[in-house]
Design a protein around this ligand. Structure first.
Ligand code: ZN
Length: 455
């Protein structure tokens, strides 16, 4: 049962309780299409049933629905049905890591993929090799949605179900875990009349959540209406205060085309899910220079890489420098389980690493041994940390000369550092030192304490 332990990694609510509650109540509301005739026979220990595939093919559709709902309740972002020559494997992605739930027969795999095609209302569930669809999730977050993608492989059809949060998920800037300095810098940037606010991080590190929270915060602070429009691929969460547009590239609704159309409607704030091509980057920078607040994200490890990427996409350095309000570099760190954490003295190597990254070493650090409440994972949720960087006058030249990223990094000013916040998390025994590995690419931790970039 090693997978049970790994599965609950990183969630604040006791996973065992959530799972049981899910098993008894919300499962019935999954998609409205599932057959729940044996609902009353479900015992309280749904977890055990869910972690084992059904013995009969006839139970496959119900089991699959329960599995998806269960994964969503745990906070998983994706469910994978991975084909292999001797059967299928079911994986879920939690905190960015795939975890195997179980393996099952080829027949069961085929049956479940067919069921998904029906659920996702795939246009042709017999013929087309690549299929996409979607279906609603109503159990844990009202308005939650599952996006289905099926591709043919030599071993069989591979299905991935992306689980998107519904409107019940709370989005508050003050709840993300950011320090006061960072929140205040972000609010000031959101109050600027125009400019591009770029969130950067590797995939699954909280960029979208941070951007959504910034929009929610801006909306909450205004007494007058603000015209907020989002362009996303796909819309990850429904926002009651924004007009959200889903990218449909196959029908010509690309980021670039969508943005041009949106700009004709005179919006004040635009969230562009991600800048990934020249057309989007050019349109985003132009909009940010002509009286619009643009929020967007890029999948890079650090701020300098994002700037270099914008350059490679053909945007001139002076345009980037004048359009850019600042860069938020964000990460998610796993919190220690409150119920089983203890304090210990750091090992010499750990102490040295902390001194190098943070300029000091806490006397005591957290250790977890795992307990019933965290199902032996030692993890009790996640918190966001971030830094805010703004361009200096030296940036356009460094970009234009194609200098290496460490040099470009030095032309950014660290307005809000992550250092103090991380030191606080360590000394308060909220995170273990191993979480420091997540912080690669954060400028405020790679600058020596006496460095010129200290703000
Ligand atoms: Zn614990």
């Amino acid at each position: 049962m090693g997978s049970v332990v790994a599965l609950v990694d990183g969630f604040r609510t006791s996973p065992a309780r959530r799972t049981r509650r899910t098993g008894q109540t919300s499962l019935t509301r999954l998609t409205g299409e599932m057959n729940y005739e044996d609902e009353n026979e479900k015992g309280p220990d749904m977890t055990m049933q869910i972690l084992h595939p059904p013995e009969s093919l006839d139970h496959a559709p119900v089991w699959l629905g329960e599995m998806i709902e269960w994964a969503h309740a745990l906070g998983a972002t994706d469910v994978h049905l991975f084909p292999s020559t001797d059967g299928g494997r079911l994986w879920v992605r939690l905190n960015g890591d795939l975890q195997e739930i179980c393996s099952y027969s080829v027949d069961l795999h085929t049956r479940m993929v067919s069921r998904l095609k029906v659920l996702g209302r795939c246009t042709d569930y017999t013929g087309a090799p690549i299929q996409e669809g979607r279906f609603g999730l109503n159990g844990v977050s009202r308005g939650g949605e599952a996006r289905l993608s099926i591709i043919p492989t030599l071993q069989g059809e591979k299905a991935v179900i992306r689980l998107l949060a519904g409107e019940n998920r709370k989005l508050e800037l003050d709840q993300l875990g950011f320090g006061e300095e960072l929140r205040s810098a972000l609010r000031s940037a959101m109050d600027l009349p125009q400019g591009l606010l770029l969130a950067v991080a590797p995939s699954g590190c909280g960029k979208s959540t941070a951007l959504y929270a910034l929009l929610a915060d801006l909306h909450a602070r205004q007494s007058r209406p603000v015209s907020i429009v989002t362009l996303e691929d796909p819309v990850e969460q429904s926002l009651p205060f924004a007009a959200q547009v889903n990218i449909e590239a196959e029908r010509g609704l690309t980021f670039g085309a969508g943005l041009r159309a949106i700009l004709r409607q005179d919006p004040e704030v635009i969230l562009i899910g991600e800048i990934r091509d020249a057309e989007t980057s050019r349109a985003a920078l132009e909009a940010a220079l002509t009286g619009h607040r643009i929020l967007s994200s890029m999948h890079t490890l650090n701020a300098a890489e994002a700037l270099a990427r914008l350059m490679q996409m053909g945007s001139p350095p002076y345009i980037i420098a004048s359009a850019l309000a600042g860069i938020l570099n964000v990460r998610l760190l796993r919190l220690c389980c409150e119920h089983c954490k203890t304090a210990r003295t750091p090992e010499p190597l750990e102490a040295e690493r902390m001194r190098r990254m943070l300029g000091q070493t806490p006397e005591k650090i957290a250790a977890t041994k795992g307990c019933e409440r965290c199902l032996d994972s030692g993890v009790g949720g996640r918190t966001g940390v971030g830094e805010w960087l703004t361009p200096t006058a030296a940036m356009p030249q460094a970009l234009g000369e194609g200098r290496p990223t460490p040099e470009i990094q030095k032309t950014l000013r660290i307005v809000a550092s992550a250092q103090q916040e991380i030191m606080r998390l360590l000394t308060d025994l909220q995170i273990a030192p191993m979480e420091l590995a997540q912080l690669t690419g954060m400028s405020s931790l790679e600058t020596p304490p006496s460095g010129e970039c200290e703000s």
